[in-house]
Design a protein around this ligand. Structure first.
Ligand code: TIU
Length: 252
């Protein structure tokens, strides 16, 4: 199924494609979190929420694979290197107590995904200590074991965790499509140029499209594939709950 995209149409293979939603966490999208302590205006990111809600609903309706990520650290901060902790000498640092709990620490309110996009039990949540979702996580194994070869990538921020993840994925052999209206940055210029860089040179890192094109394709897919059950769609995945604990489903 061809999706209108730049620099040329994306050959969408739904059963081989996962929706990867990057770091739609309260710490980045709400006041008092990590984004704000870095000096950013969090309202810049919120325009991506509604398009993500619509795309996620269509993806769920189509019974295709959804994976969420969260950036954050262990409560003892043993996975936080000094350079990330101290960079920029902020007044507050990762691990300090903020209005939504300890900043960017797993299990704290601020670290969790915003309610609008809250993961379902059967949707894997990959906890990552870095910007890229492949660094120090089992994402690559999870994708391989589930036969995923393509990623439709959304989330925040365009030039940091989204771009880093797409570059990591590209080097691991995945075809990536970034959904322009479902990603956002604190800096509109960085957002624009990240997308330009992705699709330049014949799609050097991947494709860029808009959610309306995916919604149309998903609608067609759902109409033609009404029989795929929720359990079949999620079979074999690594299930984790919102604390990142395995809920028992094996990697197969
Ligand atoms: N600061 C910034 O733009 N982003 C991050 O720190 N993390 C993510 O992009 N998720």
């Amino acid at each position: 199924m061809n999706i209108a995209a730049e620099p040329y149409p994306f050959d969408f293979v739904p059963e081989r494609c996962a929706l990867l939603i990057i770091d739609m966490q309260r710490d980045f999208l709400e006041p008092g979190g990590f984004g704000e302590i870095l000096g950013n205006d969090v309202s810049q990111l919120r325009r991506a929420i509604e398009p993500n809600v619509k795309l996620l609903a269509a993806w769920r309706e189509a019974k295709l694979r959804v994976i969420h990520t969260r950036e954050g650290h262990l409560p003892d901060l043993t996975d936080l290197h000094a350079s990330k902790k101290n960079r920029g000498s902020p007044a507050m640092r990762i691990g300090d107590e903020g209005p939504m709990g300890r900043i960017l620490v797993r299990g704290e309110q601020g670290h969790d995904i915003i309610p609008e996009l809250y993961p379902r039990e059967e949707e894997p949540v990959v906890d990552k200590p870095g910007k890229g979702a492949f660094h120090a996580t089992d994402l690559h194994d999870l994708l391989k074991h589930n036969g995923i070869r393509q990623l439709v990538v959304t989330g925040v921020t365009t030039e940091v965790c989204v771009s880093t993840t797409v570059r990591e994925a590209n080097d691991r052999g995945y075809d990536c499509l970034i959904v322009e209206d479902c990603v956002a940055s604190y800096f509109p210029e960085f957002h624009k140029w990240s997308l330009e860089m992705t699709k330049a040179q014949g799609g050097i890192f991947g494709w860029v499209s808009e959610s309306r094109h995916l919604l149309g394709a998903l609608e067609k897919w759902s109409a033609n594939n009404p029989g795929v059950s929720e359990s079949e769609a999620s079979a074999g995945s690594v299930m984790v709950n919102q604390k990142g604990e395995s809920t028992g489903a094996p990697i197969c």
